[in-house]
Design a protein around this ligand. Structure first.
Ligand SMILES: Cc1cc2nc3c(=O)[nH]c(=O)nc-3n(C[C@H](O)[C@H](O)[C@H](O)COP(=O)(O)O)c2cc1C
Length: 188
């Protein structure tokens, strides 16, 4: 399994790390990798049987390094199973977290001809003081339109970590169900 993320403010990385922690408890070892640092090679993707991507949304789009990744994935001859997770703010609203309810997931599925084994939009973090003046105005506008907080002092983590844990369970199942027998348990 390969686990990738694309982040600007760190929340998608934290979500990827949380998934990796939960998987480690089931003896599935995986290292979350930042797509902005390095894109995986075609051969490493083709030899994986499951790929998980956690990608943040900015300005209505998936971050560019995650779009590059999805474009490369689209071109693979043998495609590993895909778990497609986006991190954003509109998904804090019930119904906006599903593949049908998330415009970002729907658009990406169409554009990159994806057939994810599992897809979810995960609520991220709102922290006005981190943003530039321009970004702050943009996010306040999004919040105004969607009934969220517009007070520029607001800092809220919307991420439901129990939901992230459930997603990690789902990933573990897709990775082949029962955990591998570890060395210490192996009959010798
Ligand atoms: C400049 C900027 C633009 C954003 N645009 C959107 C957007 O279009 N739709 C949305 O739902 N969330 C949007 N968000 C919210 C982010 O997706 C959210 O803060 C997320 O936690 C960021 O993930 P990251 O910490 O991994 O970068 C935006 C945030 C910033 C700072």
């Amino acid at each position: 399994m390969e686990l990738f993320y694309a982040t600007r403010d760190g929340q998608s990385r934290r979500i990827a790390e949380r998934i990796a922690e939960r998987l480690a408890e089931r003896e599935i070892e995986t290292l979350p990798r930042d797509l902005a640092v390095r894109q995986p090679s075609q051969s490493s993707l083709e030899s994986a049987d499951l790929v998980v991507i956690v990608a943040a949304i900015r300005y209505g789009k998936i971050l560019p390094e995650a779009r590059d990744f999805l474009a490369a994935y689209q071109k693979l001859e043998t495609k590993p199973k895909l778990v497609f997770l986006v991190v954003n703010l509109t998904s804090r609203k019930p119904g906006k977290e599903t593949p049908e309810g998330s415009v970002y997931i729907r658009k990406a599925i169409k554009q990159y001809e994806l057939a994810p084994a599992f897809a979810r939009a995960i609520p991220g973090r709102l922290d006005y003081k981190r943003y530039t003046w321009r970004d702050r105005q943009l996010i306040r506008f999004i919040m105004l339109m969607t009934g969220g907080p517009t007070d520029p002092r607001t800092s809220i983590e919307y991420t439901p970590w129990d939901v992230v844990d459930d997603i990690a369970e789902k990933v573990a199942e897709l990775n082949g169900g029962t955990p591998a027998v570890s060395e210490s348990n192996a009959v010798t």
